[in-house]
Design a protein around this ligand. Structure first.
Ligand SMILES: Cc1ncc(COP(=O)(O)O)c(C=O)c1O
Length: 456
């Protein structure tokens, strides 16, 4: 009897035979990466500076040498068209010239001083123009922006819980490393050293579940909902028509604050999903590409929220209250973010990136149609994702159920061996200002080749 892999009817044996062949090709093409990884094992835990870097497909991580625009060259001299773009940290393209110039100038004249630098003013104005909120603060990462925003919401509401959607990802934030298990909040698999049982801090509901949301908010103990306007970390799950309006209405009714995390949905346009779709959250958080990859996060708030925050601020203890960080708001981050927003992630850049996203989407749809595979492709601005399963998922749980680990690993490796770098952990591609039609079409042809081998 033939085993099939998951829901898409591909023979399991075919997947493992192709995987074996691709692993051999990978090893032949990456001897130097392999050597560095082996040597690095002496000095680094797992031979990498951050342990998730081992999660790429292949028998060892690929060490990169240089990256510019959407081109990345590894230490073995293999060139890759980069659709991962540092999982959005490099949505600007790698090392964009204006960001590099501004950072160079700043580095030469003081990186961090504890004093504000003048770049912060035009930067704050630009964040306000794009995202519609008037009061901004800066951190070193999106995780920190989320952490600080949650703290502020707890402080001003006097409530202790946060509500997140099942299979969300908002960074290394204790309250959000949660998922639904048998209808109850549970630790996400792999949650490391959680401080308290997750039910003490967190309520979890499925994305697009208005009833569930109303039910959980009705407890009256939720300080804030922290939400991506479309899930992007379990494949892409789009909001159903009216869901985000209900989210706003229900949170307001419940006295719960709404934080929209634009870290990934910034891909929808210059003002993220919020700007593109006219959302009205109480707070917005963002990070990753806003300073071209130089560590920077930001969180902004409405006038009303700013008033509440200021009335709760104990000025004598503003440096030790749990929101901040010595390097937060440093001059290098401010200079890099200003240049990135003013000169790199411009309206024209987004127009091009979104056009490339559309081309990517229609290329993948063509492959799906021609091959008869039960897959879907979903686009969100200049980001696109293909997912296994005949139907687009409506929730995190549905999206998770459509995953097939072996096939996912094979497709990533297949792409990598043919010069295409996709975001690891799911089949996601992001366009940057340098992504060209030829780059997009190169991906489409490799996918067509893969689909033919999988279904032959
Ligand atoms: C939506 C979202 N928010 C926040 C984060 C955290 O970003 P960082 O790891 O840069 O702190 C991520 C990371 O993937 C993310 O996807």
């Amino acid at each position: 009897m033939t085993n099939t892999s998951g829901i898409q009817g591909i023979e399991e044996e075919r997947v493992s035979t192709l995987m074996k062949r691709e692993l051999e090709a990978f090893e032949a093409a990456h001897p130097r990466s392999r050597q560095i990884h082996e040597d690095a094992d002496e000095a680094l835990l797992s031979g990498v500076p951050m342990n998730w870097m081992t999660r790429w497909p292949g028998s060892h991580p690929v060490f990169f040498d240089r990256a510019k625009g959407n081109s990345l060259t590894d230490v073995d001299g293999n060139e890759l068209i980069d659709f991962c773009l540092g999982d959005t940290g490099a949505m600007t393209g790698h090392s964009p010239d204006p960001t590099v110039a501004a950072a160079r100038a700043r580095i030469a004249e003081g990186i961090t001083t504890m004093l504000p630098s003048e770049d912060a003013l035009p930067l704050g104005r630009e964040m306000m123009r794009r995202f519609g909120l008037a009061h901004w603060q800066f951190s070193l990462s999106a995780s920190d922006a989320n952490r600080f925003s949650i703290r502020l919401c707890r402080e001003v509401t006097g409530r202790d819980k946060v509500l997140v959607f099942n299979h969300c990802y908002h960074g290394s934030v204790d309250e959000t490393v949660a998922m639904l298990k048998d209808g109850e909040p549970s630790f996400r698999v792999g949650n490391i050293g959680p401080p308290v049982p997750i039910g003490q801090t967190t309520r979890v509901v499925e994305f697009n579940d208005v009833e569930g949301l109303a039910r959980e908010l009705a407890h009256g103990d939720v300080a804030c909902v922290l939400a991506e306007p479309a899930l992007t970390n379990i494949g892409i799950v789009l909001p159903e028509p009216g869901f985000l309006d209900e989210l706003r209405r229900l949170t307001t009714e419940a006295g719960t604050l709404l934080i929209i995390d634009e870290t990934h949905t910034f891909c929808c346009g210059p003002g993220g999903y919020t700007g593109a779709h006219g959302l009205s959250p109480d707070m917005i958080t963002i990070g990753k590409p806003i300073a071209g990859g130089i560590p920077t996060g930001a969180y902004g708030m409405t006038d009303e929220m700013a008033g509440r925050v200021l009335s709760h601020t104990v000025w004598e203890a503003a440096d030790v209250g749990g929101v901040g960080g010595t390097l937060a708001g440093n001059a290098l981050s401010m200079a890099a973010a200003r240049a990135t927003l003013e000169e790199v992630l411009t309206e024209e850049a987004f127009e091009h990136m979104i056009r490339m996203g559309e081309r990517f989407e229609s290329g993948v749809q063509g492959v799906i149609d021609d091959s008869g595979l039960d897959w879907t492709v979903t686009r969100l601005g200049c980001r696109a994702e293909y997912m296994l399963g005949a139907e687009r998922p409506r929730s995190g749980a549905e999206a998770a159920a459509a995953f097939d680990t072996e096939l996912d690993a094979l497709l990533h490796l297949y792409m990598l061996n043919r010069g295409i770098l996709l975001t690891p952990f799911h089949m996601m591609a992001l366009m940057c200002p340098e992504t060209s039609e030829e780059d997009v079409d190169a991906h489409t042809s490799v996918l067509a080749e893969a689909a033919e081998e999988l279904t032959a």
